[in-house]
Write a protein that binds this ligand. Structure first.
Ligand SMILES: [Fe+2]
Ligand SMILES: [Fe+2]
Length: 174
């Protein structure tokens, strides 16, 4: 499986978590919305850390993008990573605080994060990865592919375990 297939599968996995976050954040019951947003954000933030670590590993090894389009794509994605890092920090800070009653600030941050992530994944898949794929050497791609598929398996298992733990908690089956 190529490194980009694994990264795309991670995106698909993360998008399912993002969908759940978006649905939870607009639950008409404010307490349910707050609880679901908190739980889902914890899962998302953790999985995102692993995903971004792998992406940095991939792109830190990237040869210089030799075309103006490649450089433009790289700068665009770097800018998005910068904004995403700050948004994740903001979400983490809000999670660490005591709930502010109805969790409005946390839900707003979650919705912003979800929106930017959707855009970011599309830009990576359409603009950055094809360029990198075209310029990276075969041995680099091969090594990264192995690392990416191991991480994908771990992430899939970790998210499944997390959902199971949350669902047990919700149903009182502890
Ligand atoms: Fe990214
Ligand atoms: Fe990504």
């Amino acid at each position: 499986m190529s490194v980009f297939t694994s990264l795309a599968e991670e995106h698909a996995l993360l998008l399912r978590v993002i969908g759940r976050l978006e649905r939870g954040a607009v639950d008409p019951d404010p307490r349910a919305a707050d609880r679901e947003t908190r739980n889902t954000l914890l899962v998302l933030l953790r999985a995102l850390e692993a995903h971004e670590r792998l992406e940095h590993l991939v792109f830190d090894e990237a040869p210089a993008m030799s075309t103006p389009d490649g450089e433009r794509a790289r700068r665009l994605i770097e800018g998005q990573h910068f904004v995403l890092t700050r948004l994740r920090e903001e979400a983490r800070d809000l999670l660490a605080q005591k709930p502010d009653g109805d969790g409005v600030a946390l839900r707003a941050a979650a919705v912003r994060l979800a929106r930017l992530l959707r855009l970011h994944f599309t830009d990576e898949e359409r603009k950055l990865w094809p360029t990198f794929n075209a310029v990276a050497g075969r041995s680099t791609l091969h090594r990264l592919s192995r690392q990416a598929s191991v991480q994908l398996r771990l992430m899939t298992r970790e998210i499944d375990l997390y959902w199971a733990a949350i669902n047990d908690y919700m149903t009182g089956d502890r």
